[in-house]
Ligand binder design. Structure first.
Ligand SMILES: Cc1cc2nc3c(=O)[nH]c(=O)nc-3n(C[C@H](O)[C@H](O)[C@H](O)COP(=O)(O)OP(=O)(O)OC[C@H]3O[C@@H](n4cnc5c(N)ncnc54)[C@H](O)[C@@H]3O)c2cc1C
Length: 491
């Protein structure tokens, strides 16, 4: 790996001075890089990876397998990023996925690496109930009796896909879903809420969408690209009440930990990247640890940190205008997980509405988490997003949990009697992501993916936001494999 040099934090920022001076000092630094020792490095099989989330880990792992010298810089003291399994706050060996949870049957990259590391994927149960506008439905009865939801303009007996009825005229115009006509592509400039209103959908249809697809995207229908909704309907790829989901038996954190174990001392933890310089011969990255700034050089770089964080890091010289714009504006949502430990699993008792429930409460999705633990204790998990996550995020942990138990009581009246404690994670408060995951905002569905993943000289890009399988572990791994193969193919 390339040369390493150290300066103090004070010197780093003194060198930087004002924003203008910083840019020019950095640019001067870059030209010295060119004239310095990069000739040999520029052709060596070495790469630097920023971020030890699944995308960075997969990139480093594949580069190492291909014979590259690889170093990973990670700001935290653990691998995995948004894959985070809490164990300590709970009793009886219970654990809770505070970040990524589900592995779908079709998630080929998740399954491939789970197999490689000897991890088992278990089946999670499907949603068995609905609680909306104070009304309770058991899913089986709701479907069999074709019950109507208390939302005007919706079809009975189905939950997801209510918008399709109002998009029919537009969907009928599409002959080939992979070659969309210009009139359809232009819908990128409208929001989901705008398009549904234009197509005559009652406001209730949009309101329900908030608790369905928009909850998965962690966004509001007013912020989401209408083109993305159209594509979801054309490819039947959207999340729904019949989704076949699984989880890694014993906890999802085992997957990043397995990658990290294989990389071992090639991962440098507690190294917060502050500045990236790149040129025709290679890159130099400055990182901070305990107030000290050091830099490291390499011929190739994979940036596997979220754009929401990358937008606060100096890049010298700036990447292409379209890339910088994408880094600065790509949409990220709001998300919170709330895990509640209960002394007994009342949700399994006869008379209970169910153990996995779609709701329009502040908790949105509420479900039994502890499927691979025998009980009697168990964890009810809430995945909530958008406006509800943002509002809950304003409270401290004990207040959030108080509200969580109150909300769960609406579904299971006996809940407070058995509550023991819990934990929450609001990802927008996390300095190394500052949000949930990427979604395509208005105007971003058409080309943001191609722009996000395109290399800039010797700099390659990984992360869920650069994958066709956006917002997933599967996508994060796919992007890391893709970025590594871009570099490997140069040799
Ligand atoms: C609440 C929640 C629920 C989810 N549910 C699911 C699900 O059910 N199924 C699913 O497949 N996916 C789910 N996801 C999405 C999934 O977690 C992500 O798509 C995936 O883990 C992203 O991996 P990544 O490598 O792209 O980014 P990250 O995991 O965010 O990794 C980026 C890494 O970069 C590091 N970093 C950031 N800034 C710096 C810096 N300046 N210097 C050094 N290092 C830095 C971070 O610490 C982090 O380790 C969920 C995500 C959340 C938040």
């Amino acid at each position: 790996m390339g040369n390493r040099r150290e300066i103090t934090r004070r010197e780093f920022f003194k060198e930087a001075g004002t924003a203008m001076a910083f840019a020019s000092a950095a640019a001067a630094g870059l030209s010295s890089i060119h004239s310095a020792s990069w000739g040999a490095e520029g052709t060596s099989k070495d790469a630097l990876v920023l971020g030890a989330g699944l995308s960075g880990l997969a990139a480093a792992y594949e580069l190492k397998k291909a014979g590259f010298g690889v170093t990973v810089l990670e700001a935290r003291t653990r691998p995995g990023g948004r894959v985070l399994t809490y164990r300590d706050p709970f009793a009886d060996g219970l654990y809770a996925e505070m970040g990524a949870e589900y592995v779908d049957a079709a998630d080929e990259y998740d399954h491939r690496y789970c197999k490689e590391f000897g991890l088992k994927v278990m089946t999670a149960k499907v949603y068995d109930a609905i609680f909306v506008r104070g009304k309770k439905y058991k899913m089986s009865e709701f479907k069999a009796n074709k019950e109507a939801l208390p939302f005007q303009g919706t079809q009975p007996g189905v939950l997801f896909g209510q918008e399709a009825l109002y998009l029919k005229k537009l969907l009928d115009q599409v002959q080939n879903p992979d070659q969309l006509p210009e009139e359809i592509l232009k819908l990128d400039n409208l929001s989901v809420a705008q398009l549904l209103a234009e197509q005559g959908a009652p406001a209730d249809v949009t309101a329900l969408y908030t608790y369905l697809n928009a909850t998965e995207s962690t966004a509001r229908p007013e912020e989401m690209s209408a083109l993305s909704m159209i594509k979801g309907n054309l490819h039947h790829s959207d999340f729904s009440e019949v989704q076949d989901e699984g989880r890694i038996l014993g906890g999802n954190d085992q997957l990043p930990k397995s990658f990290a174990r294989a990389l071992s001392d090639q991962i440098l933890y507690r190294k917060a990247v502050r500045k990236i310089a790149h040129g025709t011969d290679g890159v130099e990255v400055w990182f901070e640890e305990e107030g000290k700034i050091s830099s490291i050089r390499a011929p190739y770089l994979v940036i596997a940190i979220p754009f929401k964080v990358l937008r606060d890091i100096e890049i010298v010289p700036e990447f292409s205008q379209e890339k910088m714009n994408c880094i600065r504006t790509l949409a990220y949502g709001h998300v919170m997980k709330l895990a509640m430990q209960y002394k007994t699993r009342f949700w399994d008792q006869s008379g209970s509405l169910g153990q996995r429930v779609f709701t329009d409460t502040k908790l949105r999705r509420i479900y039994h988490m502890s499927l691979d633990e025998p009980g009697p204790r168990g964890i009810l998990m809430s995945f909530t997003s958008g406006e509800d996550a943002e509002k809950l995020g304003a409270f401290d942990e004990s207040e959030r949990l108080k509200i969580a138990v109150q909300e769960a009581t609406k579904v299971w009246p006996e809940a407070p009697e058995f509550f023991e404690g819990g934990a929450t994670k609001y990802w927008n408060d996390d300095p190394w992501i500052k949000g949930s995951y990427s979604f395509t905002g208005v105007g971003q569905e058409r080309d943001s993916l191609q722009i996000a993943q395109k290399p800039e000289g010797r700099v390659h890009f990984a992360g869920e936001h650069t994958s066709v399988f956006r917002a997933s572990m599967n996508g994060a791994i796919e992007s890391g494999v893709r970025a590594s193969s871009e570099i490997i193919s140069l040799f």
